[in-house]
Design a binder for this molecule. Structure first.
Ligand SMILES: [Zn+2]
Length: 447
């Protein structure tokens, strides 16, 4: 094959993605920035979707953020669409908001569900429903995905083939699905897609300690995902037990940490788990590491924790961070260079569908650290292009370790670029990807 001088890379590995949610997002209405900015735009987007929704169908909105129209209740949604059931997911993934048609369809008003939402919705809270001042359920369902799913009409099978094709065009030959709730049903869907070749990428699965990864040369179990839910009461001993169970099962942990407090808690939990038999596992990870203040870095180094970050959130969400995040935390958001200088292993994942699935955008954000409006956040965390690229070249087992290389004996997972190295590094763009090869087979040909 004549590569015409183009740079040949090992295939990219997205170290944190949610495949089924990404597949579901394909048929969904984006309800937040950078696509939708205000109440009017949201109403317009939902009305457009309503006009094309077949009878009996639902509108599924995703990526909502409070900057669009505040805490969204059924009263708000009813001013936008009344005749079609609408459910909108908050971009945190922790909250669904229903209009009255949707509430009626799932029997929400007759449901015996606990209350107790905190005021700060994005930060999380107890599973339950929101209530208005009149005591009526206001359409907000917090961490009730299981309850909701049982009452929804059967969803069309998620189109994982479309996801596989899209990731292939980016040069992605491997992914780590970092979904905490991956159970037998989800494993079956994913494994079937891999077996049928619809998902041509290598797949590393998180999920609980009991997860059984199917026997397949392209599927392996990854770390146990543990979610520290801000706003919910801390069940310290339960968290310690979860960590110990993972280690005993021979698996590292991947702890979801998006605030300073969550990171402090995570470190305390790991400390406590250290006293139990079977303690410690190479490959333990902090997912997101959204805020990592300098005084906690030493502990990350000591524990050899890998941080799997999302540099592109600086671009995608940076303008909101500038308004919402404590100014003392701003320099420590989604860090990269500073952590590496201190000796912390850093890798990246897109967190799609919560972030854009294009890893090249993520790399560019790691280099620029600019918000969509061009503001710089955390200049000391800027990395060079080769380092940004390497965030997606680590092995699935050692995400922040040395980049995989194109050498004899390595799997034929390759990404051929249309330009030589110097130009490619200057551009860091998905448009460069000419050919993607997974396990020796061409899975995308963009030439
Ligand atoms: Zn995630």
């Amino acid at each position: 094959m004549d590569a015409r001088g183009g740079m040949l890379l090992p295939g990219l590995h997205d170290h944190h993605i949610h495949l089924l949610a990404l597949a579901a997002a394909h048929g969904s209405v984006v309800c937040g920035p950078p696509v939708v900015h205000g109440r009017e735009e949201l109403a317009a987007a939902l009305r457009r979707a309503a006009a094309t929704t077949p009878s009996g169908g639902w509108i599924r909105g995703v990526a909502y953020h409070d900057s669009v129209a505040g805490a969204l209740t059924r009263t708000d949604l009813d001013t936008m669409v009344t005749d079609v059931p609408v459910r909108v997911q908050h971009r945190s993934g922790a909250l669904w908001m229903l209009n009255s048609a949707a509430a009626a369809a799932v029997g929400l008003d007759d449901a015996d569900l606990p209350a107790g939402l905190p005021a700060d919705i994005p930060a999380g809270g107890l599973p339950g429903v929101g209530r208005g001042s009149d005591g009526r359920i206001d359409g907000r369902l917090f961490r009730l995905d299981g309850w909701l799913r049982e009452r929804l009409p059967p969803a069309p099978a998620p189109d994982l083939a479309a996801v596989g094709r899209r990731l292939a065009t980016f040069g992605v030959t491997g992914v780590t699905d970092a979904t905490a709730g991956t159970g037998p049903e989800e494993v079956e869907l994913l494994a079937a897609a891999v077996t049928r070749g619809e998902l041509p990428q290598r797949l590393t699965l998180t999920g609980g300690p009991a997860l059984v990864a199917p026997e397949h040369p392209r599927i392996r179990p990854g770390p146990v995902k543990i979610v520290i839910d801000e706003g919910a009461p801390v069940e310290f001993d339960a968290l310690v037990a979860q960590v110990c169970a993972a280690w005993m099962a021979g698996r590292p942990v991947a702890v979801h940490c998006v605030t300073r407090a969550a990171l402090v808690l995570t470190l305390a939990v790991l400390d406590a788990a250290d006293d139990e038999p079977g303690a410690g596992h190479p490959g333990d990870r902090v997912e997101h590491g959204a805020v990592i203040p300098p005084d906690l870095v030493d502990q990350l180094v000591e524990r050899e924790l890998t941080v799997v970050t999302q540099p592109h959130f600086i671009t995608e969400r940076g303008e909101q961070y500038l308004h919402e995040v404590d100014s003392e935390d701003l320099p420590w958001l989604y860090r990269c260079a500073g952590l590496r200088r201190a000796g912390v292993a850093v890798a990246a994942g897109t967190d799609a569908p919560f972030g854009d699935p294009d890893p090249w955008r993520s790399m560019r954000a790691a280099v620029t650290r600019r918000t969509a409006a061009g503001n710089l956040i955390g200049p000391a965390e800027v990395v060079d292009a080769a380092t940004a690229l390497a965030l997606y070249l680590g092995d699935a087992v050692r995400p922040g370790g040395p980049p995989r290389r194109v050498v004899p004996g390595a799997p034929a997972d390759l990404c051929l670029l249309a330009e030589p190295g110097r130009t490619a590094l200057r551009m860091l763009s998905a448009e460069l990807v000419a050919l993607t090869i997974a396990a020796g087979h061409v899975i995308a040909d963009n030439r």
